[in-house]
Structures are given as C-alpha cells and as structure tokens.
Design a protein around this ligand. Structure first.
Ligand code: ZN
Length: 186
C-alpha cells in the first residue's frame, strides 16, 4: 500500500507532489547523487580519464540562470548526446538517485564542494572535475556506500554560517515526464 494517497490522473502521490512542488525554477545550488556499477574507463573531455567504480558519485553545481534548479535537473536527466560539461560524460554511465538542493540566488557550490570533501569515506575520483573555473579540488566526489544528506547538512550547519534549507528529492521515484511538470497542490 502506498504510504500517501495516489492520484491516478496525475500519476503523483501526495508525497511526490509535495516534493516536486518545492523544486522551483528559481536559482539554487544542488548536489546530484549518481549510482554506478561496473568499471568502465570514461573519457571526460580534455580533463582526462575517470576509472568508474561501483558506488556513488556526488556532483555539485549551481543553477543561477533561467529555469533554475528544475531546468538543470532536466538537463542532467537525459544523458547528453553531445557532452558539454564534465558531468555529461559521467552521467551516461550512471543512474540518478537523489538530488539535494536549496533555492538561493547565492551560488554555494564551492562551499558545498568543500564540505562534501570532509565527509567520511569520501574520495576524489578525478581532480579538477567540474572545477575548471574555480579553485576547488573537484566538484565530484565518490563514496562506496550511499552518502547521507543529513550528515552533509550537519557539517554545513556546524560551520555556523547561515544556510537555506537543503531538500532531498529521490529521483528513482519519478519519471522524466513528471519532472517536467510542476504539480499543483490544491
Ligand atoms: Zn568550486
């Protein structure tokens, strides 16, 4: 039995409607959690090669342009035919699991990258990934077991800096077409 009522017409459960309704077209920062199985050697543009491992990759970015976080997530949803960003190369070999995000006009991606790099069991799969225009070691991190949003948020909070709420959307539960819609809540 579903935990929440399911609306067959829209294809959304109430829980999903609530979650998707919080995903706005506003600017924000996000961490995309991808799962990988296997051991392919992936070329990442001109940066180099990444030896894929079974586990979880977390990529940090910010979406400050039009369409905000929702549009960016749509981009990550469909594996790119012509990869542009480093993440596009990795995305083709992985599945989206979760996204952690906040809505905020201020880009927090470098701050998030820094705190992700302090999480237990973390490693950097390819130095400079997603970090061509900044001084971060990487915007991509690898974990053998599923990383915890709660632990990540705890470390953000422990810094004492003010930070908007970080939400979690489980991507396994939704389809690409559901992601395109913004459900109404009435
Ligand atoms: Zn950075």
């Amino acid at each position: 039995m579903p935990e929440y009522p399911y609306d067959a017409r829209s294809g959304f459960s109430l829980r999903l409607r609530l979650m998707l309704a919080t995903l706005e077209t506003q600017a924000g920062t996000y961490a995309l959690v991808l799962s990988a199985r296997g051991s392919a050697l992936i070329r990442v543009g001109r940066l180099g090669r990444l030896q894929l491992q079974s586990g979880f990759y977390v990529y940090v970015g910010s979406a400050l342009g039009s369409g905000g976080v929702r549009a960016r997530l749509r981009h990550h949803w469909e594996p790119s035919i012509r990869p542009h960003w480093h993440i596009d190369y990795l995305r083709r070999h992985t599945s989206p699991e979760e996204v952690w995000y906040c809505h905020d006009p201020l880009s927090r991606e470098h701050q998030w990258a820094r705190y992700l790099g302090t999480q237990p069991g973390v490693s950097i799969p390819l130095a400079g990934f997603g970090a061509s225009d900044c001084h971060c070691k990487s915007h991509l991190y690898f974990f053998r077991s599923r990383p915890s949003k709660h632990a990540f948020v705890r470390s953000l909070r422990a810094s004492g800096e003010r930070h908007p709420q970080v939400r979690l959307l489980r991507l396994k539960q939704i389809s690409a077409s559901q992601l395109m819609q913004r459900p109404t809540l009435e």
